[in-house]
Design a protein around this ligand. Sequence first.
Ligand SMILES: [Zn+2]
Ligand SMILES: [Zn+2]
Length: 202
Amino acid sequence: MNSRKVEFSIINRKELSPSQPNSVIVVIDTKSEEIFENPTTGHQTRRRPTQVSPPFLIDINLRSSSHDHIRTLLHDRLVGYPWGCLCDILATKVSTEAINLGFGRNGFTLTMTVTVTYQTVFVTSNVEKSLRMVLLGRVKAEELKSLKMDTESCSICLENLSDPKLIHVTRMTCSHVFHNRCLLEWLKRKNTCPLCRTELYD
Ligand SMILES: [Zn+2]
Ligand SMILES: [Zn+2]
């Protein structure tokens, strides 16, 4: 699922003497954000947004505070960018600011940023999460030996951890170790470590 979030912020607004022109600078910043949603709980985990392309700026000289005039100016400057519908929102903002800054009575300078964040929501099932986690924590036989855990047993099935039939083991973030197979079965029902009950994921 994709959506788009648009945010504005004014960096600088200043009234100038009546003879000076009205200059507007708009810095356009595009970001991409990934959101992971748990289908059962609806809980969302967000990754920090990443920059899509370097910010670019346009500067325009306002001769009118009318929406149409501003929209046309923006549109001309943004030809080739997928910004058509944003021009409307942006024009409204600029027009309001221009009027507040006393358009017609004095000159002004206005600098604003518009950040467009493209959001993608991934719905990840618990099974996928469990699988990823079990694979991430996988411990090799030699490693198990060096941890002196090769003689210990899996507390889910009580068999030896280094049983050759159940060779793959996983060390959880809480540092407890189980057979992969046993852990996957367990995680289908519960979201906690079988031993210490640490919560494993959201
Ligand atoms: Zn086991
Ligand atoms: Zn644990």
